[in-house]
Design a protein around this ligand. Structure first.
Ligand SMILES: Cc1ncc(COP(=O)(O)O)c(C=O)c1O
Length: 436
C-alpha cells in the first residue's frame, strides 16, 4: 500500500532554482499550474513516479506531455541508448538505427510508405504541410478550430487557447509575432461538423494544399462518420489528408489513431510516444508525396526541404526502436486500456458524486475532465467549460501526490494497479475539495 502523501515543504535550494527559473526562463518556470507558488523542479523520474528537488514523490500522469509512455528511465531504453552513445551521437549520415526504425514505421503505421525524420512534433506537422503544398502546387491549408499542431506559424491559429472566434473559415492567430500575411493561407473548420467542413472544402478546393486534423482533437473523439467523411471528400478532390498523430501515434494502438479509428490518411505526423522521451518525430506517408524530399532533387529540382542537423540521429532512433519493441509485447495495449478505463470512469464517478457538472472525454490512454453542463463535441462547445476548475483540480492533486498536465491524464504502460487505486482515492478527495 502506498503511504498517504505528506508534502515536504520546498527546501532552500529548490526555492533558489525556482527564483532563477522565474528570472531566466520566461516560457517555462510556471508549468504546469501557472503559479510560482506550486511550481516544482524535477530531480528525477523512475517508472510511474517523479521526484522533486525537495524529495516529494508524485505519481506522474503528465509523462512529459505524453512521450513517457513506457515510464521514466525504462531499463531497456536506458541500456540501448547507453550502448549506442558509446559509438557517437550524431553524424548527418545514414546509420543503422535510423534505417531500421524507418522499416519498422512502415510496417506499423497504415499510411506509411516512406519516412522523413524530424526532432519535434512541430517539425513533423510543418514537414507534412510543406509536402502537401509541393504535391498540390497550392498554398492554403485547412485546419480545425481547437486543434493544436505545434509551433509553426500556419498552424498556430485557432487552437485550443483561442479567446475570440471569427466566422468560419477565418483563422485567429494564437501568438504575437505571426506575420499577418500567413492568415491568408489558413482556413478553419469546426471539428465533427462534416457538412460545414465539406462546404468549406468544396468552395476552396482549387486553392487547398491539404487538410490537417488531430483524429482525436485534444481529448474530443471524432463522431462516427466524421473522419470517414473527411477521407472521402479529400480523396475525391485529391487533396492530401494529414493526420496529426503526435499524441495518438503508438498510443491509441500500435498503428495509432488510423488503426484505432480505421481511417487511413495520405500523410501523418508522429512523435511523442514513439521514442520514450527522446527527441524524434517523423512524417510518414504516400510514396508519391514523400518523394519530393529526395535529396537528389536539390540538384534536379522539384525539391521539398525537410532536413535537420539532428534528424535521424542514432541515439533517438535507438530509443525509438527499443520503445517500439516494448510496445509490441503481448498485452501492452490491453493493459493500458484497462487501467485508463478504470481511472477515467472513477474520475467521472467522483465528479458526479460531488455534483460537479463535467464530462471526462478522450480514450483510455489519454483523457481529461471538461467542466461543463453541455455536451462537448468541438471547440465552440468546449468554450462553455471552466478551465480554471482544471487548474484547481491539478493543484489539489499535486498537494496529494499526483501530477498531471493542465489538460490530460496520460496513462503509461508502467502505472501499477496500486498507482491507479491510490489515484482514484486522491481524485475523490481532490474533487470534494473543488466544491469548497
Ligand atoms: C497534436 C499535437 N501536434 C503537435 C504537437 C507539437 O509537438 P512538439 O511539442 O513535440 O513540437 C503537439 C504537442 O503537444 C501535439 O499535441
Amino acid at each position: 500500500m502506498r503511504k498517504p502523501f505528506q508534502r515536504i515543504p520546498r527546501d532552500g535550494y529548490e526555492q533558489k532554482l525556482i527564483d532563477m527559473a522565474a528570472e531566466l526562463l520566461p516560457a517555462c518556470a510556471r508549468t504546469p499550474t501557472m503559479s510560482l507558488e506550486s511550481a516544482i523542479v524535477v530531480k528525477e523520474g523512475h517508472g510511474s513516479k517523479i521526484t522533486d528537488m525537495s524529495g516529494n514523490e508524485y505519481i506522474d500522469y503528465l509523462l512529459g506531455s505524453g512521450p513517457i509512455f513506457l515510464g521514466h528511465a525504462h531499463p531497456a531504453i536506458v541500456k540501448a541508448v547507453r550502448e549506442t552513445l558509446e559509438g557517437g551521437s550524431s553524424f548527418l549520415l545514414p546509420n543503422e538505427p535510423s534505417i531500421l526504425l524507418a522499416e519498422e514505421l512502415v510496417k506499423a503505421v497504415p499510411c506509411a510508405e516512406k519516412i522523413c525524420f524530424g526532432n519535434t512534433g512541430s517539425d513533423a506537422t510543418l514537414f507534412s504541410i510543406r509536402l502537401a503544398r509541393a504535391f498540390r502546387k497550392r498554398d492554403k491549408i485547412l485546419k480545425f478550430e481547437g486543434g493544436y499542431h505545434g509551433q509553426g506559424d500556419h498552424v498556430l491559429m485557432s487552437n485550443q487557447w483561442t479567446k475570440e472566434t471569427k466566422a468560419y473559415p477565418a483563422p485567429v492567430p494564437n501568438s504575437e509575432g505571426i506575420p499577418k500575411s500567413v492568415e491568408e493561407d489558413v482556413l478553419v473548420a469546426p471539428f465533427n461538423n462534416l457538412d460545414l467542413t465539406v462546404d468549406i472544402i468544396e468552395k476552396n478546393r482549387d486553392d487547398l494544399a491539404g487538410v490537417i486534423v488531430e483524429p482525436m482533437q485534444r481529448t474530443i473523439p471524432p463522431q462516427p462518420g466524421f473522419l470517414e467523411g473527411l477521407r472521402e471528400i479529400t480523396a475525391r478532390h485529391e487533396i492530401p489528408l494529414i493526420f496529426d498523430e503526435v499524441v495518438t501515434g503508438f498510443r491509441l494502438a500500435y498503428g495509432g489513431a488510423q488503426e484505432y479509428y480505421g481511417v487511413t490518411p495520405d500523410l501523418c505526423a508522429i512523435g511523442k510516444s514513439m521514442s520514450a522521451g527522446h527527441p524524434i518525430s517523423a512524417v510518414c506517408g504516400r510514396a508519391d508525396i514523400m518523394e519530393f524530399a529526395e535529396g537528389i532533387r536539390r540538384i534536379t529540382g522539384n525539391y521539398v526541404s525537410l532536413t535537420g542537423t539532428y534528424s535521424g540521429n542514432p541515439i533517438s532512433c535507438t530509443a525509438a526502436l527499443a520503445a517500439l519493441k516494448e510496445l509490441r509485447r503481448e498485452g501492452v495495449y490491453e493493459s493500458v486500456f484497462a487501467k485508463g478505463t478504470k481511472l477515467k470512469n472513477a474520475l467521472q464517478k467522483s465528479l458526479d458524486k460531488a455534483g460537479i457538472p463535467a464530462q471526462v472525454l478522450g480514450e483510455p490512454p489519454a483523457f481529461q475532465p471538461w467542466f461543463s453542463e453541455s455536451e462537448i463535441f468541438d471547440f465552440r462547445s468546449s468554450q462553455a467549460s471552466n478551465p480554471m476548475l482544471n487548474f484547481q483540480l491539478l493543484q489539489e492533486l499535486i498537494d496529494r501526490g499526483v501530477l498531471k498536465g493542465h489538460e490530460k491524464f496520460f496513462i503509461s504502460t508502467v502505472h501499477s494497479d496500486e498507482d491507479i487505486d491510490f489515484t482514484i482515492d486522491v481524485i475523490d478527495d481532490a474533487v470534494q475539495a473543488l466544491k469548497g
